[in-house]
Design a protein around this ligand. Sequence first.
Ligand code: ADP
Length: 810
Amino acid sequence: MAESWVSSILLVDGSPADLLALETVLEPLGQRLVKASSGEEALARLLTEEFSVLLLAVELPGLDGFETVRLLRQRLSRPLPPLLFMAAARRDADHVRQGYALGAADYLLKPLDADILRTKVSVFLPLHLAAHRAEEQLRFQASILENVQDSITVTDFSGRIVYWNKGAEALFGYPAREMLGQTPQLLYPDQDSAALIRDMERIIEGENYVGEWRARRKNGALLWVDIKTSLMRDASGKGVGFIGVSKDVTARRNAEEALRESELKYRLATLAANDAIWDWDIASQVLHWNLSVQTLFGYAPHEIEPVFTWWHERVHQEDRERVTRDIDGVIERGEQKWEDEYRFRRRDGTFAHVVDRAFAVRDATGKTVRMVGAMQDISQRKHAEHDAGQAFLRAEKEKRTAEIFSRLGLAFASELDREKLVQRVTDEATELTGAAFGAFFQNLVNEKGESYYLYTLSGVPREAFERFPMPRKTLIFAPTFEGTATLRLEDVTQSPGYGKNPPYRGMPEGHLPVRSYLAVPVKSRSGAVLGGLFFGHPEPGRFLKEHEQLVEGLAAQAAVALDNSLLYLQAQRAISVRDEFLQVAAHELRTPITSLKLKVQSLLRTAGAAGPPLPMEKLHDRLEDVDRIVGKLSGLINELLDISRITAGNLRLTLEEVDLASLVREVALRFEAQAAQVHVPIHVMNHNPLVGRWDRLRLEQVVTNLLSNALKYGSGRPVHIDTQADGTHARLRVRDEGIGIAPEALSRIFGRFERAVSERHYGGLGLGLYITRQIVEALGGAVRVESTPGQGSTFTVELPLEPASAQATS
Ligand code: ADP
C-alpha cells in the first residue's frame, strides 16, 4: 500500500509566479500538486479533499494564511495536514511565533531555497503516510464493523441511535439513514420503554445485558434476535452510549419449537398409547387422528373426516358449547394447556365419556397455531362412579317398585272388576317404566267370533287415540298380539319394519310422537293372548332391560288377575245359572207332581163314591196317565242323578257289542206315539248294521236326548236320523227343521243348565245336551252342532268303534 501511495500537496500562493516556482521545485517528489491562489480557495479544497502537506503563503489576497488556518481549524473535523507557512522575509519574529502557534510545522521565508523546500516537504510525506495508515486501519476496522453479519448499533444516552451498520440493515431491513436518530424501541414491539430504561440503567452500572427479544422488521415480519448490549466508553473510560450486537436466532427458536412439539407429541403418544391423539391445525381447520379413534369409538377409517367439524359434531350437544368456549379461550389468551371432560359420540350413536388434554403450539409470534391433544375414554370409570350413585337410587327404586307390586298384588287379589283392574295395571306400568304414555289392548272375541280390542290408556287423554284406527298386525304389533315376544325398541323410526306398512308407512299424521317403544304380550295360564301392554316415549332410548323385565312381571301378574276375574265372572254366571236351574227344576218337578196328584185324587174320589164303579177301560186310561207322569218324573230324577254322578266323576260305562243302527230304530219306535200325536214324521235313513263296543243304555240316552230335542224344538216339522260308518268311527246325525240356535249360544248349550230358549215357551232343565256330551266324550267321541236360526239344527255325534277309554269297564 505504501509503495503505491500517492499523496496530494496543496500549494497556496497569491502570486502565480511563486506558485509556478513551487511547482517546479516539488515536482521531482512525484506527488500530486494542487494549486490554490487564495485562502478561500484553499479552504474549499481542504474541506473536500485530503492533503498530506499544506504549503500556505502567509500573505494572501483576501483571507491571509493565518486567518485561513483558523477557519480550517473550526470547520475541518479531521486534523490538519502538516502545515508549512511561507512568508516574506520582512516579517518579525512575533509573526513567526504566531505561525507556529497555529500549528505550523515550519515557517519558511521567501525567497525559498529549492533544495531545502524539497527536503522539508519530503520529511512530512512519510509522517502523513503513517497517519494515513493508522486511519486506513481504522477505516478497515470500521468496514469490518460495517460488513460483519451481526447487527451493530450504537445508541447515545438520549436514546437515539447514532450508529447502524450493514448487519443491522440486513437484520431489521432499515437502512442507516432511516434509523439514525430513531429510538431502538421501534424495533422491539414487546419491550416497553420502562423496561428498556431499566435495562439501560443496569448497563450504565456496568452490567452486560444478554437476552432474546422478539423484533419487527421493516416489512412487518417478526423475528427473534439475540441481543448483547454493553456500555461504550470514550478514551478516558467515560460512558458515552450503548453498543448493541444482535443476531437473528429465529431459525434456532423454530427448530427448538419444532423439537419441543415433536417431543410433546412423542410424550403424548407414549403416555397414551390407547388414547385418541389429535393434531389440529387451526388456520386450515385440518384435524388428524391416530388409529385409536377407530378402536375407541368404533369408526371405520373412511368415516373419519380430518376436519375440526368432524370432532365438533360428535361432542354431545349439551357439552358442545362449553367445550368450544373453553378451547377458544385457551387459544385467545395464548395459554399452554387445555383440558376438559365431555361426552363424545361413538359410531353406534351411544356416547363415551372422555377426558381430553391438549397442548397449544405457538408460532414465533406467540400465536396459537396448532393444538395437539389426547382423548381418553373414561366411560367405564364414569359408569363405576355413576353405578355407585345409582346403586342407592336403584335400591330406592326397587323399594318403590316392590311397593307398587305389592299394592297391585293386593288390587289383583281383590279387584275382580276387569275394567278397573286393567286401568290400574296400565297406570302403574306407565309409572314404573317412566313412559310418556301407556296402553293396554285387550284381545276379545265378539259373539260373531270376530276379535276386537278394548283399550285402556294412561298418560294421554282418550281423544289422543280415538282418531287412529285399531292397531293392525303390522311388523311392529304382530309379535305382541301373537304373544310371541316382548318388543323393546330404542327408536321405532330406526327399526327395520318402520314405514313399511301401507297406508301410513310410519306413524299416521298426528300420531302420538313415539320413538322409544316397549310392548309386552299378556298371556293367560292357558297360553291364550289376553292382550298387550304398550308404552311409548317421544325420546329415543328411554326403555331399558329393567323396564322390560318389570313390565313382563307385571304382565304375568295381570294375566293371572285377568284369568281370575274371568273365572270369577264364570263362577258368577254359573251360580246364577244354577239358581235359575233350581227354579226351573222345582217348576219342572212340580208340574207333573201336581197333575199326578190331581189324577190320583180323582181316582180316590171315584173309588170312594157311591154309584156305579168306573169301567175298567177308563180306569186303565187313567192309570196309564199316572204311569206316563211317573215315567216323566223318574226321567227328570234320572237326569238329576246322572248330573250328580257325572259331576262326581262316577259315570260308569258298560261296554258291549252294540248295533247303533238298530238302537236308533228302537229309540225312534218309542217316540212313535208321541210323534204321531203331533203329526211329526221321524225318518230313519240307514238300516245297515253299525256295530261297535259301546255302553248300550248310555247310547240310548244320547239318541233319546237328541231325538226328544228335535221333536221339542222342531216346530212340528220332520226329523231325520242317519247313521253311517266312517272308517274307524260311527257317525250319528239328528236333523230337524225347527227353530234353530243363535250363533252365540252354539258353544254354550252343551254346558250344564245351559239353555237357549225361554223357560216360558219350552220346558226342560238344560241338562240333556250336557249329559249327551259327557257320555259321548266318555266313549272317546265328540258331539257338535250346526244350525241356522229359523231353519233347523243338525247334531252330529262321532264315536270310535273301539273306544280306548280307560274309564270303560266291560
Ligand atoms: P233342555 O232341552 O232341557 O232345555 P238340553 O240340554 O237338551 O236342555 O238343551 C239345551 C238347550 O239347547 C235347549 O234349552 C235349547 O235351547 C237348545 N236346543 C237343544 N236342541 C235343540 C234343537 N234341536 N233345536 C233348537 N234348540 C235346541
